[in-house]
Design a binder for this molecule. Structure first.
Ligand code: GUN
Length: 299
């Protein structure tokens, strides 16, 4: 293996330290940032995420407001709760954990959140602001990827970046952020012709497709930086019957032979997502109060 391993777990810890230091300063100024998380239903994976978000919010000194609603909560009730949180001065960030049950329109929920409190960066106003290169709330996972890329390279200007995957949560905002940092950006997806050759031209390769180990070493340009956003559970019979393990969208062993740097799964992008959620909450709190924003925690 030749690639440097980008340690997302350690980097996320440094982001949380910066957030905690800024929270302490805000508290001295009489403001405590608050994050409200809404969970509708009992999806086990969502419950784990929400628990971790709440725990880490408290650990950095912020207030955490959890709203767990039954699976059959009417959409109007969720919207009414969001309206209440929009008008609550103690709440600076609001997040509704996705997916929501089928009877609830996720776009309606996302766009009901005040854009200033939309710490997910999913509101249509924030999407538009980011797409036009303006100051916005930035989706947490792509923000985490950007932070790791800036840490590794300093300036990204002029680099060829290929983002594999076109989701609203990762692929599209990732491409917008890389473009804002003056990369030459291509978004590849399931219909892209000769995707391997395209990827081989990338100085920065971001994989966000949700297909286990799809990208192999022969897709990677020697020395490239590979950011693996995928978190896929696959069978691991070598660990015993019925056992599973986590893998990314990149086949780590072969890609690490060729890349200059690579994020592992687990321990790469994953830990950065919640750290960036905390960073976004501090940013939202500073903006709401007309206070100076922390350095290095925004795009
Ligand atoms: N579900 C999976 N990832 C996310 C995320 O980043 N934000 C929200 N709100 N829900 C999610």
């Amino acid at each position: 293996m030749t690639a440097d391993i980008i340690d997302g777990k350690a980097f996320a810890a440094t982001v949380r330290e910066k957030v905690a230091a800024h929270v302490a300063r805000l508290k001295d100024a009489g403001v405590t940032p608050g994050l409200a998380v809404i969970l509708v239903g009992e999806d086990p994976a969502s419950e784990v995420y929400v628990r971790n978000k709440g725990k880490q919010t408290l650990e950095v000194g912020m207030n955490s407001f959890e709203h767990k609603l039954p699976v059959d909560t009417p959409e109007a009730e969720v919207l009414a709760l969001i309206d209440k949180l929009n008008n609550d001065p103690a709440v600076h960030g609001i997040l509704c954990q996705l997916p929501v049950p089928d009877h609830i329109n996720d776009d309606k929920v996302i766009n009901a959140i005040s854009p200033e409190k939309d710490v997910d960066g999913f509101h249509i106003s924030n999407v538009g602001l980011l797409a036009t290169g303006q100051k916005s709330m930035v989706p947490c996972t792509p923000l985490g990827c950007l932070m790791m890329l800036r840490e590794r390279h300093g300036s990204l200007s002029g680099m060829n970046a290929v983002v594999v995957g076109r989701s609203n949560i990762v692929g599209k905002p990732m491409a917008a952020l890389l473009l804002k940092d003056s990369c030459t950006v291509t978004i590849a997806h399931s219909r892209t012709k000769d995707i391997e050759a395209l990827c081989r031209g990338a100085d920065i390769l971001v994989a966000a497709v949700g297909r286990p180990q799809m990208i192999t070493g022969d897709w990677v340009k020697p020395g490239a930086t590979v950011i693996d956003v995928g978190i896929n559970r696959i069978a691991a019979p070598e660990r015993g019957e019925g056992k599973m393990r986590l893998v990314g969208d990149v086949e780590f062993a072969s890609a690490a032979e060729v890349a200059g740097a690579i994020t592992p799964v687990p321990g790469g992008v994953g830990p950065m997502t919640i750290a960036c959620l905390l960073a976004n909450t501090v940013t939202a709190c500073c903006r709401a109060n007309g206070l100076e924003e922390p350095e290095g925690l925004t795009a």
